[in-house]
Design a binder for this molecule. Structure first.
Ligand code: SAH
Length: 247
């Protein structure tokens, strides 16, 4: 697979090591090898190694981190998986369009596909770190797939898309851009700065936050802000801080 180094599969807080092994196997079947585990409950594990079969290298090279923020810090595109729709709706994509975005973006930089806990999926804070959510269509009476099965479906879509890609999508008009997209880390710093300034100018009350930050995150996440735009916004925030100082 082209640019597979730029596609990370991130599993958050997985409880069953067998699922880590089966996910690694599904990934390798589909030519994807970068596995990142956020606080796995039981890893390293013989069960994970066993279930990975010939994808043992994926398990051995897996990176373990403490937070999802860390896992996606260098990613310009983050897509989270969700079996159900949330309180604040987020931009949703189909598995096919998710794959297209990942394959296209991976020609430029790092991307991540994020999967949740077996029992509870991804929480709202984690889902808000994602630019898009992808839902695998299912029988509505039984909509939640096994974690490794969900990894397989998404990786298969990425594999199919990559096979028919041949660089075409990279120049597709709606994906063409003159600047790199801001990474997860840059965007997180921006949200912190934005929140600080909104508190200073008394627009935002941290004692009564309502859904302001979620809505701000959804707004900027939808825009897929680039590095230059991010610098402009940070500059505006710094100037506001400078001008309100001492008032
Ligand atoms: N009860 C949980 C389901 C967890 S299933 C919930 O309601 O969110 C474990 C993980 O598998 C999910 O976090 C997600 O990453 C993936 N998954 C399962 N079913 C899915 C679906 N239909 N679409 C997308 N991802 C799915």
């Amino acid at each position: 697979m082209q640019n597979s180094d730029n596609i990370k599969i991130v599993l958050v807080n997985t409880s069953h090591p067998g699922n880590i092994g089966a996910a690694a196997r599904a990934m390798k079947n589909m030519g994807i090898t970068q596995l990142v585990l956020v606080q796995p409950e039981d890893f390293p594990s013989g069960v994970a190694r066993g279930r990975s079969a010939s994808a043992i290298d994926v398990i051995e090279n897996a990176i373990v981190v403490d937070t999802l923020e860390e896992a996606i810090a260098d990613c310009g595109l983050v897509i989270g998986t969700s079996a159900r729709s949330r309180k604040i709706p987020w931009p949703m994509v189909t598995p096919e369009s998710c794959a297209q975005k990942i394959v296209t973006e991976s020609t430029e930089g790092k991307t991540a596909l994020v999967f949740g806990r077996e029992d509870a999926g991804l929480n709202n804070d984690e889902l808000q770190l994602c630019n898009y959510h992808v839902q695998i269509p299912t029988n509505p009476d039984c909509s939640s797939l096994n974690l490794a099965a969900a990894v397989m479906v998404i990786c298969y879509e990425v594999f199919k898309c990559d096979a028919s890609f041949e660089g075409k999508a990279a120049v597709a008009e709606d994906e063409f851009w003159d600047r790199e997209k801001a990474t997860g880390e840059q965007v997180e710093h921006f949200y912190e700065h934005l929140e600080e300034v909104m508190i200073k100018i008394k627009f935002h009350d941290p004692e009564n936050p309502r859904q302001l930050m979620q809505r701000m995150r959804r707004l900027f996440s939808r825009i897929r802000i680039d590095v230059m735009e991010m610098n402009i916004l940070r500059g505006i925030l710094s100037n506001i801080e400078y001008h309100i100082k001492g008032k």
